[in-house]
Design a protein around this ligand. Structure first.
Ligand SMILES: [Zn+2]
Ligand SMILES: [Zn+2]
Length: 559
């Protein structure tokens, strides 16, 4: 029997999100139908100078755009929705997500002027969607943002389940109970492949319930005698609700500081995810009209973001609101790796202002719980789904690795676990999986309005400029007489301070003149060669004199 396996096989791949935290994007393809799951972004580290955002490379999807049936978005976090505007500019694909997720996506589409031409369809955990040969069903999960979905892709080859980000919270805020029975049903009917998130695969035990944080917040509000400032992710709507509840119980009015806090809270209120009595909210300008013990302030900046409200408050640079000695500041968060230094600086400044600061790992202060499943919950998901094949996703390599071990420990066959790279394709045909193909995947940099125009070469230049500075050498040549008529003039930026280095720069000019004269005697007139020679001779001289290697930019003007 000859079967065209290539054409009808089921394929699963990640375009972002494995071996990294951020820019999640996965796809399930059966025959000519592709369904994309999530389109996130990632923030650059310090080595990516000037880059605003990193998004997935979607070359494969662009090349197969006629096959893409939909973009399904599991929830509204940046690492799942941040890339959507850039994706839509290249591929106009219908988007399916829950109401809150759509509300957050809409904010982005508005900013990019894409709202009108985008087809947005609201779904919930009971939706049932046919997209070509793939039928989709959903189940509710708990996470640090409401309205999260896991997705089941029912294909002729079998069922693929993508968990989205999740934890199991049995006492969730706002009665958002997880659909454990549905998950078990999927497992009972047979799951061919499971893609499950790995963020906390290194942490033993269970995550505490979000409800626990509420009691700690209320306690702190009760103890505080001055104003209370509390900082968390705006999108953590359940946390925001618990802050609101604590404020009501302790007879405090609430002010919201920070653009994303105001945006997200108004979307969540409008859609009914947040319950804030009208008279509760006050404007920032009203904070100092009320007695300090009657005020709570919810602000952005828990990760130490330099431009966010909390950072400005800690520098006394927030226009309408001040922190006074005796005020309390609560970090309802845990710093994400890489943000510790910025957070620490803010804490120092807050103490200098005389504030009482509650900070540190959220687990230690009780002011934060993770939204991602710990080891026992990951095992529970694996046990409910009982997948034949398992692909750990959403995490750095060590997290995927630990998740693999967890899967083995609950009975998934070792050879049926695929720890993939972005771009690796797992093909499943007649229940047999293999991973032999690769499609393009990588980082696309967004810088200002440019998408993908800044690559390794530009970044290398930026790094060199930032570390060594530059030296521009302007030489004016006469075409007819073939000699220097003015200059060389040297301009230093970030290399040496010109006024204190006159001698050095004069020496450079001399070297340039000598180099050009020598070349002209040899009848070399191509600019490219002249520039190369100038770069080499000046570079050598400067390194010998200063042990620095600035970028040297010769400019030749012909008159
Ligand atoms: Zn998330
Ligand atoms: Zn995520």
């Amino acid at each position: 029997m000859i079967l065209n396996t290539a054409e009808h096989a089921l394929s699963i791949f990640a375009l972002g999100g494995v071996n990294e935290v951020g820019k999640n994007m996965y796809a399930v393809q059966y025959a000519d139908d592709i369904v994309v799951i999530d389109c996130g972004s990632k923030f650059p580290d310090e080595s990516l100078l000037g880059i605003d955002l990193i998004i997935p490379d979607i070359t494969y999807l662009r090349e197969n755009k006629d096959k893409i049936r939909a973009l399904i978005v599991t929830h509204g976090h940046e690492d799942h929705i941040g890339g959507i505007p850039y994706f839509l500019k290249q591929l106009n694909v219908p988007i399916y997500a829950t109401r809150l997720t759509l509300g957050l996506i809409e904010i982005k589409l508005k900013e990019h002027g894409l709202l009108r031409e985008t087809q947005l369809t609201s779904i919930d955990s009971n939706s049932n969607i046919e997209l070509g040969t793939i039928r989709l069903t959903f189940f509710k999960t708990n996470h640090s943002i409401p309205d999260c979905l896991g997705v089941a892709f029912h294909t002729p080859e079998g069922t693929v389940v993508h968990t989205g980000d999740f934890k199991f919270d049995l006492t969730p805020v706002n009665d958002q109970y997880p659909d454990i029975h549905k998950m078990a049903d999927l497992g009972k009917n047979g799951v061919l492949a499971l893609l499950s998130e790995s963020t906390n695969a290194e942490r033993p035990g269970f995550t505490p319930s979000e409800k626990l944080v509420g009691t700690h917040i209320e306690e702190a509000f009760n103890k505080a005698d001055g104003k209370v400032f509390i900082s968390t992710f705006a999108s953590n709507v359940h946390r925001v609700q618990q802050v609101v509840d604590a404020a009501i119980k302790t007879n405090r009015k609430l002010a919201l500081l920070g653009r994303s806090m105001v945006n997200v809270v108004s979307v969540a209120m409008e859609l009914g995810y947040l319950n804030i009595p009208d008279e509760m909210l006050i404007d920032a300008s009203e904070v100092h009209d009320l007695p300090a013990e009657r005020v709570a302030i919810l602000c952005t900046g828990s990760q130490g973001e330099p431009l966010a409200a909390l950072s400005r408050l800690s520098n006394s640079k927030y226009r309408q609101v001040e922190i006074f000695p005796g005020d309390t500041v609560i970090f309802s968060s845990t710093p994400i790796p890489g943000n510790e230094r910025n957070v620490a600086r803010i804490i120092d400044n807050l103490f200098l202002l005389g504030a009482k600061v509650i900070y540190g790992s959220g687990t230690a202060t009780g002011m934060h719980v993770s939204g991602h499943a710990y080891q026992e919950e990951l095992k529970l998901m694996l046990t409910l789904m009982k997948p034949k094949y398992f692909i750990p996703i959403h995490g750095e390599y060590r997290m995927l690795y630990q998740h693999r071990l967890l899967a083995e420990s609950v009975g998934v066959e070792k050879e049926n676990i695929y720890v993939v790279q972005n771009g690796d394709v797992v093909d499943i045909s007649h229940s047999n999986a293999r991973q032999t193909r690769k499609i393009p995947a990588g980082n696309i940099f967004v810088d200002g309005l440019g998408i993908g125009d800044v690559g390794d070469i530009v970044l290398r230049d930026r790094k060199l400029l930032s570390e060594e500075g530059m030296l521009i050498i302007v030489i004016t040549l006469s075409k007819s007489e073939n000699k220097i008529v003015s200059g060389p003039d040297t301009i230093s930026r970030g290399f040496v301070y010109a006024r204190q280095s006159e001698e050095l720069l004069n020496d450079v000019n001399e070297i340039v003149t000598k180099t050009i004269n020598k070349l002209q005697k040899e009848n070399v007139t191509q600019w490219k060669i002249m520039k190369q020679n100038v770069k080499e001779s000046v570079g050598k001289f400067l390194y010998a004199q200063t042990k620095r290697r600035p970028m040297i930019v010769p400019i030749i003007i012909e008159v």
